[in-house]
Ligand binder design. Structure first.
Ligand code: HEC
Length: 128
């Protein structure tokens, strides 16, 4: 009986793990975090048209264009994954930008990575 139960439990765990992998690729996991912390300025599609975003200068980037400004790691290329990671983790201030783009490092590196993936996934996005 216990053995059968153990087998059942491990099958269920396996099924859940597989489902989670399929259902939450990086970018869609980032969506929840983005909607919680970023849309206010960046807008639902990251076009820089959130209610607070319209009030700040320089305005937040339009992520659907997929062009980024900062070379936060100083390697001579702007908008690499590393640059986006650093700007989100440490804020735009240290990269020479608007300090209103605050640091989000307290969310943890994993969340910051997921946000980078989500921001990238907005390139080419269109409003429904
Ligand atoms: C208070 C408003 C505000 C919030 C909230 C905010 N941002 Fe920003 N963000 C900005 C502004 C303003 C800029 C443009 C900074 C500049 O150009 O100096 C920016 C720029 C960026 C950039 C562009 C970097 C580049 O190199 O072009 C990324 C990526 C970014 N934000 C991600 C995020 C993420 C992810 C969140 C949520 C965790 C977030 N932001 C929350 C205001 C905000």
């Amino acid at each position: 009986m216990m053995r059968r139960l153990a087998a059942l439990v491990s099958t269920l765990l396996l099924a859940t793990a597989t489902f989670a992998e399929v259902a939450t690729p990086d970018a869609s996991a980032g969506r929840t975090t983005f909607e919680a912390f970023c849309v206010n300025c960046h807008g639902p599609l990251g076009q820089g048209d959130g209610p607070a975003g319209r009030a700040v200068l320089p305005v937040p980037r339009d992520f659907t264009v997929g062009q980024f400004k900062f070379d936060a790691d100083g390697d001579g290329h702007t908008g690499t994954d590393d640059d986006l990671f650093l700007v989100i983790r440490d804020g735009a201030g240290p990269a020479g930008g608007n300090p209103l783009m605050a640091a989000w490092g307290h969310l943890g590196d994993e969340q910051v990575r997921v946000l980078v993936a989500y921001v990238r996934s907005l390139e080419g996005a269109k409003a429904d």
